[in-house]
Design a protein around this ligand. Structure first.
Ligand SMILES: N[C@@H](CCC(=O)N[C@@H](CS)C(=O)NCC(=O)O)C(=O)O
Length: 361
């Protein structure tokens, strides 16, 4: 019996999980998160309605794409999506953090401000595959209203939208230059960083019709990379660039990430530390208030996600564990991308991710 991936074509993180499972040649079948699946499988096991969820053939439930990927990396063996060498591995983990926890901003902006009516239909078809068109639209609006409600929480509003678009178009130009020369971020094998990016860059920014037109017009090489990621021409093969090389074309992208995402994460880390000091025994909320972020010189506020801190700990712990020449290689990379905020990050209180949720460490 194969494993089951509960996921949906329009879901950001389903795209990340699916692309990985396909490259890794994991035997699975994808099923939609029908109301019955939500009530009988997802909510009782995970605690809240979310996709993607993997139900393994032995009944084990896995949620969170990072947990899913790491589970199959350990179990399936074979070529890994984690580079072995310090600079590439650090960069790959940073790209995962950037894709998962930051590019959701342009993803949600373009979906809800350019593709709103279309996405209601998509949600309906996915939730009620056997429903009538009327039932699907009604259901799609219901699901959609919930996700649309996240838009202001993500810091997307009239003041920040021009800056979000300017930043995204600049990112597309930088990625386009990179993918003109390279199949994936670090050569001819996809990395965990590629899987971080594919979440936002597939379902929302490629597959949503208006967003896809923009990507194909401004960045055809990025669209080709998306197509390679979702329909891998050579699963379980390819190598990372030799000698721990970081292509020059990735430097401006990491510099943008450091400038936009790191100051926000530092503000979140401070809010979380204050909260944890005041509430030593409490369950960790999904957000500890709102924190500022700056994009293209415009300042907004977005929810201070505690889950983002767990994702941040992955590259941070890797970096802090490096010694000697490996540490020097990582520092050379970070120096070249103005990564001081990362090198000097003040993480006063840590989190853990256990039983599908963030808990105090
Ligand atoms: N970090 C998680 C996020 C999963 C997630 O946010 N899924 C979205 C759909 S793409 C969802 O179901 N969100 C519902 C919610 O967050 O309440 C992962 O990597 O799987």
């Amino acid at each position: 019996m194969s494993h089951i991936l509960y996921g949906a074509p329009a879901s950001l993180f389903s795209g990340k999980a699916r692309a990985y499972l396909d490259w890794k040649r994991i035997d699975y079948e994808e099923r939609p998160p029908s109301p019955k699946v939500m009530q009988e499988i997802i909510i009782p096991n995970v605690g809240y309605p979310v996709v993607p969820v993997v139900e393994k053939s032995d009944g084990t439930i896995l949620q969170d794409t990072t947990v899913i990927i790491d589970h199959f990396e350990a179990e399936a063996g074979g070529p890994s999506v984690y580079p072995d060498t310090p600079a590439q591995r650090l960069a790959a983990l940073l790209f995962e953090l950037y894709g998962d926890e930051w590019l959701v901003i342009p993803a949600m902006h373009y979906r809800w401000n350019y593709n709103e009516e279309w996405i209601y239909g998509e949600f309906g078809r996915s939730a009620l595959p056997d429903g009538t068109p009327e039932e699907q639209v009604a259901r799609g609006r219901q699901t959609g209203e919930r996700f649309k409600g996240f838009v202001p929480m993500l810091g997307i509003n009239d003041a920040t939208i021009p800056a979000i678009e300017k930043s995204y178009e600049a990112l597309l130009a930088d990625l386009d230059a990179h993918f003109a020369d390279h199949d994936y971020l670090f050569g001819i094998r996809p990395s965990i960083g590629d899987y971080g990016l594919i979440g936002p860059l597939y379902a929302h920014l490629y597959r949503d019709p208006e967003s896809g037109k923009l990507m194909k017009r401004l960045a055809p090489n990025v669209a080709s990379w998306v197509e390679r990621m979702i329909d891998p021409p050579a699963p379980l093969s390819g190598e990372f660039l030799s000698d721990d090389a970081i292509p020059e074309t990735l430097i401006p992208i990491l510099r943008r990430m450091m400038a936009e995402q790191l100051p926000h994460l530092q503000a979140v880390a401070k809010l979380y530390a204050d909260w944890a000091n005041d509430n030593p025994d409490a369950d960790v909320p999904r957000a500890v208030g709102m924190a500022p972020y700056e994009i293209e010189s415009v300042v907004g506020q977005r929810f201070a996600s505690t889950f983002s801190l767990w994702m941040l700990q992955r590259p941070l712990d890797f970096y802090r564990g490096l010694e000697g020449e490996s540490r020097s290689a990582a520092n050379a990379l970070l120096d070249s991308v103005d990564g001081g905020d990362f090198q000097n990050f003040d993480l006063a209180r840590r989190v853990r991710f256990e039983n599908h949720r963030v808990v105090q460490a």
